[in-house]
Design a protein around this ligand. Structure first.
Ligand code: E4P
Length: 217
């Protein structure tokens, strides 16, 4: 399973990248705003800064909600760097834009996926990735993992190339559950990625090894 980090924070991106396990980055307008990145040129420059840290796909989201606007914005984003993936919302105009970008071999990430039908449409339009929002489904008492499993089954049935990018990951168990189901990618915060490394028996064991070593020296 590929590991993407879901942030626009350059320090977190650098830290995850230095672990050596990072495959890509996803951002969204809220994450950009959280970092105080505003204004068109600053936003474009920030995407380039991210691409200069990580050698992998970097999702950059369009703001337009009509086909023409999405195409204009998406082409500008894609021209920034070879690793930019144009992130497009799951709305009818977005499906048209995904189809357009697919015909131009520009990679897309269809975002805000909350149902299997949406995932099927995005795959038929030729999306490179689809982002089902696991945590936000869990937040409204709906099992987000069930949706990922349903999409996995559908994509396997028809051998769609579209990759399932499990998004809105909140904690390490989400990552493990997505890996069990066979999600192609997960995107989550640095905290959830780093938490995978933690185990109290590892800490206890290491403390014991170091203490025993110290006794003999
Ligand atoms: C995905 O691409 C989104 O950026 C993200 O995962 C949303 O996560 P949230 O529900 O924690 O905001």
């Amino acid at each position: 399973m590929k590991f993407f980090i879901d942030t626009a924070n350059l320090n977190d991106i650098k830290e995850a990248n230095e672990l050596g396990i990072l495959d890509g980055v996803t951002t969204n307008p809220s994450l950009m705003a959280k970092e105080g990145i505003t204004g068109e040129q600053n936003i474009l420059d920030h995407y380039v800064a991210i691409c200069n840290i990580v050698d992998g796909p970097v999702s950059a989201e369009v703001i337009s909600t009509n086909f023409e606007g999405m195409v204009r914005e998406g082409e500008r984003l894609a021209a920034l760097h070879k690793n930019i993936v144009v992130k497009i919302p799951m709305i009818p105009e977005g499906i048209k834009a995904i189809k357009y970008f697919s015909s131009k071999r520009i990679k897309t990430n269809c975002t805000l996926i909350f149902s299997a039908g949406q995932a099927l449409l995005a795959a038929k339009a030729g999306a490179t990735y689809i982002s089902p929002f696991l945590g936000r489904l869990d937040d409204v008492s709906t099992n987000g993992l069930d949706l990922i499993a349903q999409i996995r089954l559908i994509y396997n049935n028809y051998v769609f190339d579209t990759e399932i990018l499990a998004a809105s990951i909140r904690h390490p168990m989400h990552i493990i559950n997505c890996a069990e189901i066979g999600s192609d990618v997960m995107t989550g915060p640095l905290s959830a990625i780093k938490a995978l490394a933690n185990h109290p028996l590892t800490d206890l064991g290491l403390a014991q090894f170091l203490a025993d070593h110290a006794k003999g020296n």
